[in-house]
Design a protein around this ligand. Structure first.
Ligand code: SAM
Ligand code: SF4
Length: 510
């Protein structure tokens, strides 16, 4: 029976912290005690740009650099982009961000679903409904049988291939539990409703607390996709105010070095994120650039994705309403454009925390991934059959965009965007360092286009409504014509796989 009272009630939090945090695995990446997130430098840069107009010549030079090299900008360059307030100049930045997105990822959007595994937590993050001691939360950890029911709905009714599994930090969701749940997701096979074809989950990314290297190696063995850890805020003082010192998460250095350990352990797709609204967004974005550059310096691998969660109302806390740094939709759109120009090769995720209007608006601001048909209640998919039912006490916060996958695919197609269910990358070794060059030169985008077409065909045949299939068919026709023009010699091979997919073969990829 899972403990539902929080670790302070049954064990000593300091012991847990001692057991978990390996000091050498921090110190190694902060040589001489110097942190790669240079707090003073960030504050200085913000002071220098605050209220000062941008120099359009300099801004255009930086846009050109980003577009031609696809290399991560210097924090000083990102700061210049932050000065832009003129709508016409910002539009130039947005258009460049969209071009870079197309160069690196083509007209694809990858879709996924969140799957909450547990809401038990030993930490006391002041903004989160799952925090230890919040008696309003109904606590629960999915059993493996319950997880199978969730996967049956996600893979068998909705048609997702990609999940982000989310875990509280607690002894009941240990590394062994995480490994077992990942394996359970991969092993479950069900039949698609329209064709009866075998379908299942092909990529499990996770969002969980930072882990020691030995534990990361365990997850690597079971085929973890991306490891996401959101920094929440890079501002050390604010971080310490939000995360009590008695908690594991209260250790800023352990969290900021999480990805260095991942990359050392061979978990080489890492997903950075900031909880926007806790601190000045400029601080967070400048720090994100420093973080990406430090990972590149050590490992020659940068973030596979950046996420842009915004602080949402949650049960038992007023922080999300009262923070002085909450951002509006306008600022959110600016953040995305500056992030795309600053880390040009990275994937960018915008989740269903956003409203439909906000997500529609930023579709051409550089984003590459979104979730749909999402339910973030624990056991929400199988209990509610994915109706747009949300129960506050069972989840972390309330979702903004409740569109179903069918509606989303149709909407994306109406904007000439192909929905990709491709998961080939990590299964054929195109991850981390191997993929960096391919991304920067636009080679990966082309590969993925073909896989996007094949997986889109699968999903249309297995799950789509008549209306969505009709729109999707037209888009596929157009995409195949494009592939024929761009790769005339390879086109017959692509068509062979495409026709096999139409006949019911599944999981064919390049
Ligand atoms: N427990 C792990 C951790 O904190 O790293 C992972 C799971 S936690 C549920 C995932 C993320 O939810 C956190 O990193 C945080 O950014 C986000 N989160 C927490 N409270 C939130 C809120 N009120 N609004 C939006 N996102 C929130
Ligand atoms: Fe726990 Fe993560 Fe929520 Fe913090 S953000 S209370 S660590 S689930």
């Amino acid at each position: 029976m899972a403990d539902t009272t929080g670790i302070r009630k049954f064990a000593d939090a300091a012991d847990y912290t001692k057991r978990f945090i390996v000091q050498e695995e921090i110190d190694k990446y902060l040589p001489g005690g110097k942190h790669f997130i240079d707090q003073e430098k960030i504050s200085r840069l913000i002071e220098e740009i605050d209220g000062k107009p941008a120099d359009p010549v300099r801004v255009r030079e930086i846009i050109a650099k980003s577009e031609s090299t696809c290399e991560t900008l210097l924090p000083e360059e990102t700061a210049v982009l932050m000065q832009v307030t003129d709508p016409a100049l910002f539009e130039e930045m947005r258009a460049a961000a969209d071009r870079i997105k197309h160069k690196v990822y083509d007209n694809r959007i990858v879709v996924f679903a969140p799957l909450y595994m547990s809401n038990l937590c030993v930490n006391g993050c002041r903004y989160c409904g799952f925090r230890e001691g919040n008696s309003l939360q109904k606590r629960r950890v999915l059993t493996l049988d319950e997880l199978k029911e969730e996967v049956d709905v996600l893979a068998g009714r909705i048609g997702h291939k990609r999940l982000i599994a989310v875990y509280g930090e607690h002894p009941t969701t240990s590394t062994e539990y995480i490994a077992e749940t990942i394996e359970t997701c991969y092993n479950r096979q069900v039949k698609a409703p329209r064709t009866g074809a075998p379908v299942g989950i092909r990529r499990v990314n996770i969002n969980a607390a930072p882990l020691p290297i030995a534990d990361l190696k365990v997850l690597r063995k079971v085929g973890i996709g991306t490891f996401q850890v959101f920094q929440e805020t890079y501002n050390r003082k604010l971080y310490e105010a939000m995360h009590p010192a008695w908690s594991v998460k209260g250790n800023y250095d352990w969290r900021t070095t999480a990805f260095h350990r991942c990359l050392e352990a061979g978990v080489d797709d890492v997903g950075l994120g900031v909880l926007y609204g806790l601190c000045d967004w400029r601080f967070e974005l400048l720090a994100t650039v420093m973080h990406a550059r430090d990972l590149e310096r050590w490992f020659n691998i940068g973030p596979h994705t950046l996420s842009f969660p915004r602080l949402e109302p949650a049960s038992g806390t007023k922080v999300p309403e009262e923070s002085p740094w909450l951002i509006d939709d306008e600022t959110f759109a600016r953040i995305l454009v500056i992030a795309r120009l600053s880390v040009p090769y990275t994937g960018m995720i915008v989740t269903a925390r956003e409203s439909p209007a906000s997500r529609n608006r930023v579709l051409d601001h550089g984003m590459t991934q979104l979730d749909c048909s999402s339910n973030i209640a624990i056991k929400g998919y199988s209990d509610f059959e994915n109706e747009a039912h949300q129960e506050k006490e069972r989840q972390q916060f309330m979702l903004g965009d409740n569109r179903s996958i069918d509606e989303m695919v149709r909407y994306l197609a109406s904007r000439d965007v192909i929905t990709s269910f491709c998961t080939a990358g990590y299964r054929c070794g195109r991850t981390g360092g191997c993929i960096m060059d391919a991304l920067k030169t636009g080679r990966e985008g082309k590969f993925c286009k073909i896989n996007a077409v094949l997986t889109f065909r699968e999903w249309l045949d297995d799950f789509a409504s008549e209306e969505t299939r009709a729109i999707g068919d037209k888009l596929i026709e157009k995409e195949l014509a494009g592939i024929k023009e761009w790769l005339p010699k390879f086109y017959p091979t692509v068509m062979k796989q495409y026709e096999a997919t139409c006949r019911g073969e599944r999981d064919l990829f390049f």
